[in-house]
Design a protein around this ligand. Structure first.
Ligand SMILES: [Zn+2]
Length: 496
């Protein structure tokens, strides 16, 4: 029962509150209507009273909000201060208290990077500051600022580039390393020159080392650079020598010239290669060329003069050395210039004659040549004595005569005619046959050299061959035959 009473009481209270609320609400509604619509149904007094109230309320509200706004601004001003929006490459990374703070942080970050990389660095990012406001909490500083810089700042490192004729060819971490690279390249070619005579060593091109900022990825290692500059490539192609191979067969196999293979393997003796040894197959195209100058002293030949004497005792087409020429000698001091080990020139510094040359004297014939056809008479084909005659000899027929003479003694055509045979023929050895016309053919056997060819016209007495010991022969001599219509005749019956 008590509970119900209480409920009833509570209900009554609620109702009352509801009623009051609706009354107040309608009052407010009226007030609002009065204030904004100027309801003419109400009396002037009422109207005046209410509008006065409204004006006061409005003023109060405006004042309140103004105060609140001022308070917010006040609080903001109290908690915030002037700040700068910092942009790296046009992207805002946050607000900093001032430029000084940012720059100090950049400086610290730069020093850390320089210590890490052990070289000078240079930032490549653009930084701008725009005046702004920020609360203390919003400000980027300390570790946060450093982290932001780390994320956004781009930088390059100070390195040293090698320039060849104005073109950069390699970038190294320090000047010391760049200089060491250049020295190592020179050392490769120092091995190819006589160092006791070395006057200077340098490069054929204009080579410079310049400091410049670059990206970390462009910096090369020392050993790679030496090989790259000396070979013009970092490509490696090797061949391992197998049984039976030679420099020549290997160069053929890889379509290189013998010289190219030799140049690709300086210091390798092509005559002394071993199975299992490796050869380089990449032809070097060096980016820098080492130029060396050696001062060399050498004994050189001095050429001799050639003097010609004329004689009418010899035919026009004949010459004879009367006095053999002799080279003179001189001592020459010269600067030998080599580029990558190959001589490109020499400068004579001094010359000292040691021995005079001796002129050569050549005798030249002036006598008109006889007609190159058979005259009908025969002459002795060579100097020397007859060692075997024509006819039966130890039961065998000898088809001609033998004239004993040292190897090399000139053999002359017994009469003019046309050469019809030059070549080896069984027991004759090296043989020449001359057709003189009218059925006559002469044979010259056991020769060592020929001076004529088939079809050539020769005159009587012309040097056609040299005495030898070829074919069936027991010592140097000329076997000479004269045949008429194919039948061997005794030459001694014809010789005059
Ligand atoms: Zn004979």
């Amino acid at each position: 029962m008590e509970v119900d009473k209480n409920r009833k009481l509570a209900g009554t209270h609620l109702d009352r509150i509801k009623q009051a609320a609706s009354k107040t609400f309608s009052q407010i509604k009226t007030v609002v209507n009065k204030a904004f619509k100027f309801d003419i149904n109400h009396s002037q007094a009422l109207k005046n009273r209410f509008s006065k109230k409204i004006v006061n309320k409005k003023r109060f509200l405006i004042s309140c909000s103004s105060i609140a706004l001022l308070a917010v601004i006040g609080i903001y001003i109290w908690v915030s201060g002037t700040a700068y929006a910092m942009k790296i490459n046009d992207v805002e990374i946050g607000k900093v208290k001032n430029q000084k703070v940012a720059e100090a942080a950049i400086q610290t970050f730069k020093q850390k990077l320089q210590e890490q990389n052990k070289c000078e660095i240079s930032f490549t990012s653009g930084i701008t500051y725009t005046k702004s406001r920020a609360s203390k909490k919003e400000l980027l500083q300390g570790a946060e600022l450093e982290e932001a810089l780390k994320k956004s700042m781009k930088y390059s490192l100070q390195a040293f580039s090698i320039y060849v004729n104005g073109n950069p060819v390699a970038t190294l971490k320090s000047k010391g390393i760049a200089d060491a690279v250049l020295k190592e390249i020179q050392d490769i070619y120092l091995k190819t020159v006589d160092q006791t005579k070395l006057k200077e060593i340098g490069f054929a091109e204009k080579v410079e080392v310049k400091a410049e900022f670059t990206e970390l990825g462009k910096i090369m290692e020392k050993e790679d650079t030496v090989s790259y500059l000396a070979k013009g490539t970092n490509e490696i192609k090797l061949h391992t020598i197998e049984s039976g191979e030679s420099f020549w067969s290997i160069s053929k196999k890889y379509k290189m010239s013998l010289q190219e293979l030799e140049r690709a393997n300086p210091g390798v003796d092509s005559e002394k290669i071993k199975i299992g040894q490796t050869l380089n197959l990449i032809m070097p195209k060096p980016l820098v060329s080492v130029k060396t100058v050696e001062t060399v002293t050498a004994i050189e030949n001095v050429p001799y003069e050639q003097k010609v004497e004329l004689t009418d005792t010899m035919y026009k087409d004949e010459t004879r050395v009367k006095v053999k020429g002799q080279y003179g000698e001189k001592e020459v001091v010269a600067d030998v210039i080599r580029v990558n080990g190959l001589e490109t020139g020499r400068t004579i510094l001094s010359e000292k004659p040691l021995k005079d040359p001796k002129a050569e004297i050549i005798v030249k014939g002036t006598k008109a040549l006889p007609p190159k056809k058979g005259t009908g008479t025969f002459s002795f084909p060579s100097r020397g004595s007859i060692t075997s005659r024509f006819g039966l000899r130890w039961g065998r027929r000898h088809e001609g005569i033998d004239i004993g003479a040292p190897v090399g003694t000139p053999v002359r055509a017994s009469d003019g005619g046309v050469v019809i045979w030059v070549g080896t023929d069984g027991g004759y050895g090296k043989l020449v046959k001359v057709d003189h016309g009218a059925g006559y053919i002469s044979y010259y056997g056991h020769l060592s050299k020929y001076y004529v060819s088939v079809g050539q016209k020769v005159y009587k007495g012309q040097k056609i061959a040299a005495v030898g010991n070829t074919g069936r022969s027991t010592g140097p001599h000329l076997h000479f035959e004269i045949r008429k219509n194919g039948v061997p005749k005794n030459p001694l019956s014809y010789l005059k």
